[in-house]
Ligand binder design. Structure first.
Ligand code: COA
Length: 166
């Protein structure tokens, strides 16, 4: 099996939208109302690929996962308790692994890649949030060494902040 992680480019948009659509369908089937047609959408993906901040995991030339690593902090994170010595901080957004490929360590691999990208750019920490009622994501981040920093109420409900010092 050949695994490649690389930056997404604009021609990946159709495959990435299919990946989002399949993830949203599986999340809905599991009762996880975190993502929908509003987010993440085609504009989000276009903006990530143009910024060069979206990275994809290819298996045998098929995109099976993606992650965005940048320095865009959500305004809603301002009330959370981030470590005093955590700057420069990077942020992870839109981590996803195709439903047929989950539970094989691919999200862990994408997170390790994002941490490595942040380190290469001088980052001292990673920040992110996830939906309180997303059991896989809520288990994943503590498993990878992330600590909870608080809760913010967003469009879809309660989101939990997580941080890891690099
Ligand atoms: C959350 C998600 C990215 C996890 O991807 P994955 O490739 O299945 O995760 P991994 O196989 O790398 O799992 C790594 C660790 O996460 C935890 N984990 C992952 N899925 C889990 C689940 N369904 N239940 C409990 N723990 C889980 C485990 O601790 C696992 O480690 P282990 O295998 O050593 O026990 C995936 O379910 C997904 O894409 N969901 C839809 C989109 C989404 O929710 N994104 C997160 C937005 S914040």
């Amino acid at each position: 099996m050949t695994l490649i992680v690389c930056k997404a480019i604009s021609t990946d948009a159709t495959a990435l939208l299919r990946l989002v659509r399949d993830c949203v369908a599986a999340m809905r089937a599991a009762g996880i109302e975190q993502w929908d047609e509003v987010y993440p959408n085609a504009e989000t993906i276009a903006s990530d690929t143009e910024a060069g901040t979206m990275h994809i995991l290819n298996v045998e030339d098929t995109i099976i996962g993606s992650i965005t690593i940048d320095q865009n902090m959500d305004q809603m994170w301002l009330g959370m308790t981030w470590s005093a010595d955590s700057g420069p901080a990077f942020a992870v957004h839109r981590l996803m692994v195709h439903p047929t490929q989950q539970d094989r360590g691919f999200a862990k691999r994408l997170m390790q890649h994002a941490e490595s990208v942040a380190r290469q750019q001088g980052g001292r920490s990673i920040r992110l949030d996830t939906f309180l009622h997303n059991p896989a994501a809520m288990a994943l981040y503590p498993h990878l060494g992330y600590r909870r920093t608080g809760i913010a109420m967003m469009r879809k409900g309660e989101f939990v902040g997580f941080e890891k010092l690099l």
